[in-house]
Write a protein that binds this ligand. Structure first.
Ligand code: SF4
Length: 231
């Protein structure tokens, strides 16, 4: 199946959410500047995403094969045990917003621009999810991302990008030698249907992470994923 490209995502920055994330209270002098930056970003920004529906062709204890490409991860293999179709994707705030943000040099301005880029990325992820749900009716979805947990190496980005063709040409996301992406406010991974909601954070012990979406469960790996044990 050919990838689907979303490059005309309608987005708008929720001002009250922005002010809250920037720690600006109503009427403060900083509010006008934040408003100006938000208006500029909305004008310049073109968040984008690419995804496809991929069939699992083969599987083992530590890997799955999708369209001839092998993805190695014990956690991914277990999470996909009962799954036949996955939705690999890359989503980004877009190169246009990356270019816009490069003009800012102070720590504060960079933080504000990064916050705005994060909101653009959120808009692209939401649009992608809505598109997948409308096109494929997959039911409840969970997501895994290469590099987010020990069990799925960041180097697996290479196979993920290969699966999606050329995300650099289609949505302007470059996979660097390090396997990080440019623009940096981009994300990649696989959505998969599941009755048991999964979050990478459940297997991640990082303390004080502002992005945490679920509590760390220190026994989860041994309980569900350790080789040779029933799960
Ligand atoms: S806790 Fe933070 S670093 Fe760990 S997987 Fe969740 S979002 Fe990522």
């Amino acid at each position: 199946m050919e990838p689907t490209i979303l490059d005309e995502i309608t987005w708008r920055i929720d001002r009250s959410q922005l002010m809250q994330q920037l720690g600006i209270k109503e009427g403060e002098s900083y509010a006008q500047k934040a408003e100006e930056m938000a208006a500029q970003a909305e004008e310049a920004g073109r968040p984008k995403a690419i995804y496809k529906a991929g069939l699992i062709e083969a599987r083992g204890e530590d890997h799955v094969v999708i369209e001839g490409l092998t993805f190695k991860s014990r956690v991914l293999a277990v999470n996909l045990e009962k799954v036949h179709r996955v939705f690999p994707f890359v989503a980004t705030c877009g190169a246009e917003l990356e270019e816009w943000s490069s003009r800012f040099t102070s720590v504060l301005d960079k933080f504000w621009a990064d916050t705005i880029k994060g909101m653009a990325l959120g808009a692209s992820i939401l649009a992608l999810l809505e598109q997948i749900e409308a096109e494929h009716h997959p039911g409840n979805l969970s997501m895994m991302n290469p590099g987010s947990i020990e069990s799925w190496s960041l180097s697996e980005q290479r196979a993920l990008f290969s699966l999606l063709g050329t995300p650099e040409d289609s949505i302007g996301v470059q996979l660097m030698e390090s396997c990080f992406m440019k623009p940096s406010m981009s994300t990649s991974g696989m959505w998969f249907p599941t009755e048991h909601h999964f979050e990478n954070c459940m297997l991640c012990p990082m303390e004080n992470c502002p992005g945490r979406r679920a509590p760390y469960d220190k026994d989860l790996y041994d309980r569900e994923y350790k080789k040779g044990e029933p799960h």
